[in-house]
Design a protein around this ligand. Structure first.
Ligand code: RIB
Length: 279
């Protein structure tokens, strides 16, 4: 059992509460923490590196027992550099830094991208467009996507791969670019649901029907995927399980029950709804 030296408070740092993916992660972290008798201080950084670093320092000053980080900056930022020798337990969720020894729960992004491509290829699509968030895990999704294409002797047209920030307006802007080209794609893979929703908006604005004229597949399976028109086919991340497991790992570390660090990689899963269809 934990002794009096504990504050029974955990910190959670996420990039942006406006993306329901992060909200759903935060909910599951808090739910599990409360079951184990911990409160959670949630800090949203708005993808600001300085804010991320200062929240980390603040949480340490507030004497939280441990911090769960979903960094907006993957490996580059100071927080992740500091993780190797912090004076309190730190764990990563939905991001993975294979080169350091730290508790983490993430998903196999490569497999997610691979499944997305397999689904579109199965529907007869050959010319695919990609809207990709500019972070490592999204690029892993693209690597998996490419692998499936290669297995079918298909190749991505690099001019149909656009990078940008993961927001709905940005997804819309980039999708409009793809759809108004000379040879537009018949299917678009967006590496998260917000980008995919922007893509559906772009198709509507461009006078195209989803999925008859263009198929759209997202990534995350946030609750938004069920309420778009048409409902979004997407690759589901097990957000609830991810949140629960990272809290369990962190609390085990606090208790000293488990001394070795665990790197848990869960499998994402294709959820077929109505935004993808036969070519
Ligand atoms: O950075 C935002 C994205 O990262 C989420 O939408 C989800 O895909 C996560 O892994």
């Amino acid at each position: 059992a934990l002794t009096g030296k504990f504050s029974y408070t955990l910190g959670l740092i996420i990039p942006n509460l406006a993306n329901p993916f992060f909200g759903e992660i935060a909910k599951s972290v808090e739910d599990r923490a409360r079951e184990l008798g911990f409160s959670v201080m949630i800090c949203s950084t708005d993808y600001d590196a300085d804010r991320e670093a200062s929240y980390f320092t603040l949480l340490q000053k507030k004497r939280v027992d441990g911090v769960i980080i979903l960094s907006g900056f993957e490996d580059q930022h100071t927080i992740t550099r500091n993780l190797v020798k912090p004076n309190m337990p730190v764990a990563l969720i939905a991001r993975d830094i294979p080169t350091i020894s730290i508790n983490s729960v993430s998903i196999d992004d490569f497999v997610g991208g691979y499944e997305a491509a397999k689904h579109l290829i199965g529907l007869g699509h050959r010319r695919m467009g990609l809207i990709v968030e500019n972070i490592r895990c999204a690029k892993e999704r693209v690597r998996g996507f490419n692998q499936a294409l290669e297995e079918h002797d298909l190749q991505l047209d690099e001019s149909l791969v656009l990078l940008g920030e993961a927001t709905v307006p940005n997804g819309k802007k980039l999708a409009l670019q793809l759809l108004s080209g000379d040879e537009p794609p018949t299917a678009i893979f967006a590496t998260n649901d917000l980008l995919a929703i922007g893509t559906i908006q772009a198709a509507n604005e461009h006078g195209l029907k989803v999925p008859q004229d263009v198929s759209v597949i997202g990534f995350d399976n946030t609750m938004l995927a069920t309420i778009t028109d048409p409902p979004l086919t997407t690759i589901a991340q097990p957000m609830e399980q991810m949140g629960r497991q990272i809290v369990d790992l962190l609390v085990q570390e606090l208790k000293g029950d488990v001394t070795h660090k665990q790197r848990i990689v869960l499998l994402p899963e294709l959820v077929v709804r109505k935004s993808t269809g036969l070519r």
